[in-house]
Ligand binder design. Structure first.
Ligand code: HEC
Ligand code: HEC
Length: 203
C-alpha cells in the first residue's frame, strides 16, 4: 500500500511537468518550421525570434490575436512544406494565454543568433548616426538591448525589417507615435542605412 501511495504521489508530481514539456515541443515544432530551429530563422522574410525579449514575444503574439499587425500569408519552410500557407494572426488565434506565456518564456531563453547577410558598409556607418539620434531611445545599445521599449533589431533580417516598416505609415503595423514619425519623415535611403547598420551587427 505504501508503495502504491508513493508511486501515485510520484506520478502526480511528475505528470504536470511532463504534460507541459510535451505541449511546448508540439507548439515549437510548428513555429520552428518557419522561424528555424530554436527560432534562429534562415529565411530573410521570417524574423528571428530565438533570444528576443520575453515581453516583446508575448505582446506581439497578443497583437496578432487582435489583428494589430498585418497578417502576411506565409508558406512553411521545413517539415511538411506542402501544408497550406497560413499567417501569424491565424496561428496566434489558436493559442491560449498559457501557450503564449510558455512560448515567450521558451524563445526568450534561447541564444540570439544574428543573421549572416549582406549589407552596405558605408551606408551602415551613416545608419549608425541615425540610429543613435532617432532610434536609440527605444532600441537601446545600437539595437542590441532587450530591455528597451522596442525589440532587439541588431542582427535581425534586413528584408524582414524593410517589409514590416512599410506597414507603419499605413497604420497596419502599430508602433509608438515617435517611431511612426521617424519612419515616415526619413527618406527611404536613410531608413535603408539604419537597417544596414542593424544588418552589419553579426556577432
Ligand atoms: C507558416 C510560417 C510561420 C509559422 C508556422 C509561424 N510563424 Fe511567426 N512569423 C512568420 C512570418 C512570415 C512573420 C513575419 C511576418 C508578419 O509580421 O506577419 C512572423 C512573425 C512572428 C513574430 C513577430 C516577430 C517580430 O520580430 O516582430 C513572432 C513573435 C512570431 N512570429 C512567433 C511565432 C510563434 C511563437 C509561432 C508558433 C506558435 C510562429 N510564429 C509560427 C511565419 C510563421
Ligand atoms: C518611442 C520608441 C521607439 C522609437 C523612437 C523607435 N522605435 Fe522601432 N519599435 C518600437 C516598438 C515599441 C516596436 C514594436 C512594435 C510592435 O508592437 O510591433 C518597434 C518596432 C520596430 C521594428 C520592427 C521590428 C520587428 O521585429 O518587427 C523596426 C524595424 C523598428 N522598430 C525600427 C526602428 C527605427 C529604424 C527607428 C528609428 C528611426 C525606431 N524603430 C524608433 C519603439 C520605437
Amino acid at each position: 500500500m505504501k508503495f502504491i501511495q508513493t508511486s501515485l504521489l510520484t506520478l502526480l508530481l511528475i505528470a504536470p511537468g511532463a504534460a507541459m514539456a510535451g505541449d511546448i515541443d508540439e507548439l515549437t515544432a510548428q513555429c520552428d518550421s518557419c522561424h528555424g530551429v530554436d527560432g534562429a530563422s534562415m529565411s530573410s522574410d521570417v524574423p528571428i525570434i530565438g533570444g528576443q525579449s520575453k515581453k516583446y514575444i508575448f505582446e506581439t503574439l497578443e497583437s496578432f490575436q487582435d489583428w494589430a499587425r498585418p497578417c502576411i500569408k506565409s508558406s512553411y519552410r521545413s517539415g511538411d512544406t506542402a501544408r497550406p500557407k497560413t499567417d501569424m494572426c491565424k496561428i496566434a488565434g489558436g493559442l491560449s494565454r498559457e501557450d503564449i506565456s510558455a512560448l515567450s518564456a521558451h524563445y526568450s531563453s534561447l541564444p540570439w543568433l544574428p543573421a549572416i547577410q549582406d549589407f552596405d558598409a558605408v551606408a551602415a556607418e551613416a545608419g549608425n548616426l541615425i540610429q543613435q539620434e532617432s532610434c536609440e531611445s527605444c532600441h537601446h545599445e545600437g539595437g542590441k538591448a532587450l530591455g528597451g521599449l522596442g525589440p532587439r533589431l541588431a542582427g535581425q533580417w534586413k528584408p524582414y525589417m524593410k517589409a514590416t516598416l512599410k506597414f507603419v505609415p499605413t497604420g497596419e503595423h502599430l508602433v509608438p507615435p515617435t517611431m511612426e514619425r521617424s519612419v515616415t519623415d526619413f527618406s527611404d535611403a536613410d531608413i535603408n542605412a539604419v537597417l544596414d547598420f542593424y544588418a552589419s551587427q553579426q556577432d
